[in-house]
Design a protein around this ligand. Structure first.
Ligand SMILES: C[S@@+](CC[C@H](N)C(=O)[O-])C[C@H]1O[C@@H](n2cnc3c(N)ncnc32)[C@H](O)[C@@H]1O
Length: 460
């Protein structure tokens, strides 16, 4: 990429153009923001403002639309698309950002409207925003007692079908905790690459480069970064391959496999290699990992990741795990299936993800998961281990897949997860579940991503 442009455009205008692309052209919020900001010289505060304006506005869309509809004569959905995004972004600042003065929000919005719209619509922007400011203390949300699902869905800005599921499963209190968790920026966690450094050394290097971090109390590898002086990719320790960016919950998956040096290990849905690389680290980079991934683009990133981390034991097969694999790939000691899933446990990571999912995805994915798990089982040697994981909380993709599998395959039993994960500070009820072989990490409980892990052993 050539020289970067100095950041001279109004960050709100940059954010508005991005919002238009996300809401009206189908762009993915995180990719669109990254790509756009990559064009400019890094300027911490303006980059942070654009990111917050876009992700916050997209994430809180349902809440914002509810509020706006109280003050508009025509529903927000029927308004001019530019007007819609200017109003949403401005009300987001008024209701959810406490470091932007009200007058600045209105002035900036009217200025943007003047550039994108005609005079009449600029006046609408001015009038609506002033009305929101006057009434912000007494917004009438849906009735919490009469219709809790509708209330939570609007207040926490999630699709109603998701809220209904979670209220039924976790009760009102648990659902509220989860919804709140999904609206908070995730912490940045790094996994120390023990092939190259120990965690204290990584910590010192990060601190020397101006990062504010703490050691994770959840895993032996994690370092939590609260603030970086520069983007992670520009750090010396990143270039040296001393860490991989990964949530603590994901680190549990490879740990649950408990692979040993010299073993043959399959990673049947390797993606960009988050778990593959951790498996290799746990094996001391000795043995063989056979990584399968259907998307060539991801395989390219996987290759780059393992190169940077200094891992040399991964053989890659680019293709469908349900089809034929590389010649000579027979049974393995451990098979991991980190299955494609609805991702409802990691909604906080992508602001637009909640709006892209449908309840039908869950049913469709659970069928694929069953087929992939059955395929994985064929690759486990007698006495070997099969680990199944997802980053969703939905039983159809988790416990029900395992129950179905155990009904079909008589040669497998659930295997104790608490031993390989003995470092983790489980609640008593999670510890019990882990010892029985299946575990759901409920995100608000540990501040992690949501994760499901099941460990099975082939008995014959
Ligand atoms: C949950 S992601 C894996 C994430 C990865 N384990 C990591 O930690 O980075 C699931 C992956 O499965 C891949 N996938 C989906 N269907 C597949 C199939 N039939 N065969 C192989 N890979 C598949 C997807 O492209 C996706 O990268």
């Amino acid at each position: 990429m050539g020289a970067k442009t100095r950041y001279h455009r109004d960050p709100r205008e940059v954010a508005l153009n991005l919002l238009y692309r996300v809401e009206h052209k189908g762009a993915y919020a995180n990719l669109a923001v990254d790509r756009e900001l990559d064009r400019y010289e890094d300027n911490g505060s303006q980059h942070a403002l654009v990111t917050e304006l876009v992700n916050g506005t997209v994430r809180m869309r349902k809440h914002l639309d509810w509020v706006l509809n109280l003050f508009l004569s025509k529903p927000i959905q029927k308004q001019n698309p530019w007007l819609r995004e200017i109003l949403r972004m401005s009300v987001y600042q008024l209701l959810f950002m406490d470091n932007v003065p009200e007058y600045a929000v209105v002035n900036e919005a009217v200025g943007l409207a003047g550039r994108k719209l005609d005079r009449g619509l600029s006046a609408v922007v001015n009038g609506v925003l002033r009305n929101v400011i006057r009434n912000r203390g007494e917004i009438p949300y849906p009735d919490m007692y009469q219709n809790p699902v509708e209330y939570l869905s609007v207040y926490y800005s999630h699709p109603e079908w998701m809220v209904a599921r979670w209220v039924e499963r976790y009760g009102l209190k648990g659902a509220c905790q989860l919804l709140e968790h999904n609206n908070v920026r995730p912490r940045v966690a790094l996994r120390t690459n023990l092939l190259k450094v120990d965690r204290e050394e990584l910590f010192r290097s990060l601190t020397d480069e101006g990062c504010r971090c703490t050691l994770s109390c959840l895993t032996p590898w994690g370092v939590w970064v609260e603030e970086t002086g520069k983007p992670l990719r520009k750090l010396h320790s990143y270039r040296e391959g001393w860490f991989y960016v990964q949530d603590d919950a994901s680190m549990l998956v490879s740990a649950a496999c408990a692979p040993e040096a010299g073993q043959v290990v399959y990673d049947l849905a390797a993606g960009v290699g988050g778990k593959t690389s951790h498996l290799a680290e746990l094996m001391g980079n000795q043995g063989i990992i056979r990584a399968v991934e259907i998307l060539p683009k991801k395989v390219e990133i996987l290759k780059e990741n393992i190169r940077r981390l200094g891992i040399t034991i991964v053989d890659i097969w680019t293709g469908d795990a349900l089809g034929p694999l590389a010649p000579g790939w027979g049974e393995g000691d451990v098979v991991l299936l980190d299955a494609p899933c609805s991702g409802l446990g990691v909604l906080r990571r992508r602001s637009d993800a909640r709006w892209r999912k449908s309840e039908k995805d869950i049913t469709v994915l659970s069928e694929l998961q069953k087929r992939l798990l059955k395929r994985g089982a064929q690759l486990v040697r007698p006495g070997g281990v099969l680990v199944y994981s997802t980053c969703t909380l939905e039983p159809e993709e988790n416990e029900e897949v395992i129950d179905w599998f155990l009904g079909e395959e008589t040669g497998f039993v659930l295997d104790d997860l608490s031993q390989p994960l003995r470092f983790f500070p489980f609640s008593p009820e999670d510890a019990k579940a882990a010892s029985r072989g299946m575990l759901v990490l409920f995100p608000p409980r540990y501040g992690t991503d949501g994760m499901f892990i099941a460990r099975l052993r082939r008995t014959r």
